[in-house]
Design a protein around this ligand. Structure first.
Ligand SMILES: Nc1ncnc2c1ncn2[C@@H]1O[C@H](COP(=O)(O)OP(=O)(O)OP(=O)(O)O)[C@@H](O)[C@H]1O
Length: 263
């Protein structure tokens, strides 16, 4: 199967520091792929290059849209344009609008698909009002899928930690992505929250057909969820394979997994 995200020889230099050194990585339709490695390996830099926060120094980032099968090179596109192309992400640290409601946070995610611009918002014609109503319905439906509907009118800041993390995923889903990039979604979660997250990610893949690329340090989660795993160390890719292959790869055990191979 052709990859829907195909990253070739991606390189990122910060002055004299090569944070990414010719990284090849691909994700196919419906896959859950993990990117792992020690602190400072370059994982978040990789996400930042894919999502337009950094312009890579070299290499290609290619996406293939399911609807027309066309491949597009997205190097250096602004983050909002990357989101429009169907790649949505969450961040290592929670980035919600804390003083807005749960529903409003998801509605903001829908914004990139709305047609009425500022003029429409000012004039509030019939089509704008209809569109706003549709956005409320869509946001509520997403919250229901994610299991957050009971919090719909709560301020984001009042949600339990695990629910805030899931709200970030809901907001990303509101942009109608074909792929979600999740940066350490289980960070700071307790085992019960992590288990819920595991189920949620599988459900998103099953019911929405969205592919997932995630950075994660929780090896139990990574090993149970992933179809394939890519491993980085010091800006280089040191391995790729299935969880079974990665678990027994000597270079990965040396650089990262250590004694954790029972995970
Ligand atoms: N904007 C920047 N300017 C200079 N150096 C940077 C910048 N962003 C990242 N780096 C450096 O690039 C390297 C890779 O960092 P990165 O945050 O991508 O690692 P990581 O694998 O995501 O680590 P962690 O697991 O701790 O989040 C590090 O040496 C970091 O200091």
């Amino acid at each position: 199967m052709e990859p829907i995200l195909d990253v070739k020889q991606l390189t990122m230099d910060f002055g004299g520091l090569r944070a990414l050194d010719k990284i090849d990585l691909d994700v196919r339709q419906g896959e859950i792929v993990a990117l792992i490695g020690p602190n400072g390996a370059g994982k978040t830099t990789f996400f930042n290059c894919i999502t337009g926060i950094y312009k890579p120094s070299a290499g290609d980032i290619l996406i293939t849209a399911a609807k027309d099968g066309k491949t597009e090179r997205i190097n250096g596109l602004k983050p909002n344009l990357v989101t429009e192309r169907g790649l949505a992400r969450t961040f290592q640290n929670i980035r919600l609008f804390q003083n807005m409601t749960v529903l409003e946070n998801v509605m903001i995610g829908c914004h990139c698909r709305m047609k009425s611009g500022i003029l429409g918002a000012v004039l509030r014609g019939i089509s704008t009002r209809r569109e706003e109503e549709a956005v409320v319905q869509k946001s509520y439906a997403i919250l229901k899928k994610i299991g957050l509907e009971k919090y719909v009118n709560e301020f984001a800041k009042n949600l339990p930690y695990g629910a805030q993390r899931r709200l970030e995923i809901a907001r990303a889903m509101a942009t109608d992505p074909f792929m979600l990039l999740l940066d350490e979604p289980a960070a700071g979660m307790n085992p019960q929250e992590t288990h819920q997250l595991d189920e949620l990610i599988l459900k998103i893949r099953e019911t929405e057909g969205i592919s997932i690329l995630l950075i994660e340090h929780d090896m139990k989660l990574v090993m149970s969820l992933s179809d394939r795993i890519f491993v980085m160390d010091y800006g280089k890719k040191i391995a790729q394979g299935t969880p079974v292959e990665i678990r027994k790869n000597p270079a990965v055990i040396k650089a990262y997994l250590g004694e954790e191979i029972d995970a």
